[in-house]
Design a protein around this ligand. Structure first.
Ligand SMILES: CSCCC(=O)C(=O)COP(=O)(O)O
Ligand SMILES: [Mg+2]
Length: 226
């Protein structure tokens, strides 16, 4: 029996275009100044991590390369998250979730399902994103937020950790993502899985998982509350 739905963000609840064309350019503009902030302990920590993985390289250039390749690197995600705070709080950024998402999440939560997020985006940025959506503040729907500090999304051990943190058996959790390798890892940990194949994102269907076109489709396929 499914007790918790664990949701990826980009390509699952939020169009990839919003991340690529709105959030990433916002962060790219703010990053050169942010990375020179030697007073912010999170920035100092991120720079130190970059120095370990890319010794002798310009940290800004490393981040710019990561952004160009959409690398899910933890120091980049921390830095991007810091830049997005200003944008969400002053109204420049507002998450335009897929329209099926807010009603489905509300129905699932009202029907007794627990909800949690697992995204490469940092936990502070996940909370900002769901705190400032076109449909209002949805953060209270979630009772868990997980990011790369739990481990990589393509690593089964991360899902085992999440199940433990949620005090649930793996088979009681349904993981939703657009990425086959993430779904494989969750399946290896014993989770139920479903791939969101969003036409707008041109997601390539993955043969190793059941598919859904949107969260209403997930509701139907897994008999979730309506
Ligand atoms: C608060 S999520 C911001 C989007 C982002 O940076 C990202 O990397 C999303 O990756 P996901 O794991 O949600 O596909
Ligand atoms: Mg995704």
């Amino acid at each position: 029996m499914i007790r918790l739905v664990l949701l990826d963000i980009e390509g699952t609840t939020l169009p990839i275009s919003f991340v690529r064309d709105v959030m990433f350019p916002y962060a790219a503009k703010a990053l050169p100044a942010l990375i020179e902030d030697h007073t912010n302990p999170q920035v100092v920590g991120a720079r130190a991590d970059i120095a370990i993985s890319h010794p002798g390289e310009d940290p800004l250039k490393v981040c710019q390369d990561w952004m160009a390749k959409d690398e899910k690197a933890a120091p980049l995600k921390t830095l991007q998250g810091i830049t997005w705070r200003q944008g969400f709080e002053d109204g420049t950024l507002r998450a335009d979730l897929y329209k099926d998402v807010p009603p489905a999440l509300k129905a699932w939560s009202k029907g007794g399902l627990r909800l949690a997020v697992y995204s490469s985006g940092s936990v502070p940025s996940q909370k900002l994103l769901y705190g400032y959506t076109e449909q209002g503040d949805l953060t209270s729907l979630f009772d868990g937020f997980f990011d790369l500090s739990t481990g990589g999304k393509k690593d089964a051990a991360s899902y085992t950790k999440i199940a433990k943190a949620c005090a649930l058996k793996p088979e009681e959790i349904l993981f939703l993502s657009d990425i086959g390798a993430e779904l494989d890892a969750a399946k290896e940990a014993g989770f139920q899985i479903c791939q969101l194949v969003r036409p707008q994102d041109k997601t390539v269907p993955y043969e190793g998982a059941p598919h859904a076109a949107d969260l209403n489709d997930v509701t139907q396929k897994f008999s979730l509350p309506t």
